[in-house]
Design a protein around this ligand. Structure first.
Ligand code: TYD
Length: 397
């Protein structure tokens, strides 16, 4: 049974950056109620009423994985590691974005699945790309085109975006070779609870998985979880290794430990989520108060990184353009636009980072290390970052 434990209020699509803030544009802005629930049977945490994916993954999709050095490096390393461990002949990626992962393999052995047409267009020039949503129909199409029997299927930050898990996993089972491996990376629910990072909940994250929920769900579709790795990407993620029920892989010790750890943190109990919800409400109060008190002292505050996560924070905490002057972001196609729901102007760091700023809200808190290194001058001259993770505070180092 699904029980709602957190209501993050009316939210826009995290990725729906606005070209202008004319009245007519704002009138058409789409909002939905972001409620999060917990399934007491399979321990899955999900958005109560997911948004239609056709509204989300359009040819305007802004996120480009290759633009971050951290991500480029992370994908290169994992590609190398997976190749060494499993020696796959055929590789497929679901949610291949701009090809940041698949670029690391022989182009003839890879298949990309990417429904955002603007991104698929980039990889079509490099290797076989299906600009479609991953579902049962596409798995059947691959079989028909003799592209099944895939040895390695990789999917980073995508499976948690697909509402229909039944089609997702049945489709995977259809095209995975007998000893093939399905590897998925998604934000870790345990980390969300530990970091109080409620901003991992936005329209695209239909699910925030735990190893106990993945372990439960995939069994229904003839699949089995056999290994796990904990990652630092996206503020704490898990990499799940999945094979067919009769695949040759044994359950690893680290998976046993991970399952045990999550149970010791009571991720299988609704009470833990009610407690989390209380902490989130407190975090909202504190962040609003902090920014308001700084504003009263005439401090100039900006936001650093027009992230999807900060869409949830700003809309939930009712932070607006009176409090934050603008947002800086390195992504070219976010620059010149406005943040969803709160309508803060997004500009390039070159134009936006200057000596007048006193505080910068760390919207991209998951890149804290990279950003602090880059913004040494800002910190040296007394500039401070504001964060809400794991608790609301200001940071000078
Ligand atoms: P991302 O980590 O993908 O978070 P989300 O999934 O919540 O959107 O996005 C990070 C954003 O931060 C991206 O738009 C690029 C931006 N960014 C900067 O502007 N400067 C930086 O130094 C870094 C590391 C990221």
């Amino acid at each position: 049974m699904n029980k709602v434990f957190l209501n993050l209020g009316q939210q826009p699509l995290a990725n729906s950056f606005l070209k202008d803030i004319k009245r007519s544009t704002l009138r058409n802005e789409f909002f939905y109620n972001l409620k999060i629930c917990f399934n007491t049977k399979n321990y899955l945490v999900s958005i109560k009423k997911p948004v239609n994916p056709k509204k989300q993954y359009t040819d305007q999709y802004a996120h480009r994985a290759s633009e971050s050095k951290t991500m480029r490096l992370a994908f290169k390393q994992i590609a190398k590691k997976l190749f060494k461990r499993f020696k796959p002949k055929k590789i497929m990626e679901i949610g291949s974005n701009d090809g940041v992962f698949l670029k690391n393999f022989n182009k003839k052995s890879v298949i990309a699945v990417e429904p955002c047409k603007n991104l698929a267009r980039i990889t079509k020039k490099l290797f076989k790309t299906y600009d479609e949503f991953w579902n049962l129909k596409l798995s059947k199409k691959l079989i028909k085109e003799k592209k099944g029997e895939i040895d390695l299927i990789f999917s980073a930050n995508t499976i948690s975006h697909i509402p229909n898990l039944e089609e997702t996993f049945t489709g995977i089972n259809n095209i995975l070779s007998q000893d093939g491996v399905f590897v998925i990376e998604d934000p870790s629910l345990l980390k969300v609870l530990q970091n109080n990072s409620y901003d991992q909940f936005y329209d695209e994250h239909v699910y925030v998985f735990s190893s106990i929920s993945i372990n439960n769900i995939i069994k229904k579709y003839g699949l089995r979880l056999f290994d796990i790795e904990h990652l630092t990407t996206h503020g704490g993620s898990n990499r799940y290794y999945i094979c067919k029920e009769k695949g040759k892989y044994k359950q690893s010790l680290r998976l046993k430990r991970a399952l045990k750890k999550e149970l010791s943190y009571k991720l299988d109990k609704i009470k833990s989520y009610y407690k989390f919800s209380k902490r989130v409400k407190l975090s909202r109060k504190k962040l609003f108060k902090l920014i308001e008190s700084l504003k009263k002292r005439n401090k100039k505050i900006i936001s650093y990184g027009a992230t999807y996560k900060s869409t949830t924070v700003f809309n939930y905490c009712r932070i607006n353009s009176r409090m934050i002057d603008y947002v800086t972001d390195t992504t070219l196609n976010k620059q010149g636009k406005y943040t969803p729901g709160t309508h803060l102007k997004i500009i390039s760091p070159k134009d936006g980072i200057n000596d007048n700023i006193d505080y910068a809200f760390l919207g991209a808190w998951n890149f804290k290390k990279e950003i602090f290194k880059k913004e040494k001058n800002f910190l040296r001259r007394g500039g401070r970052f504001i964060t809400h993770v794991p608790k609301v505070t200001t940071l000078s180092k």
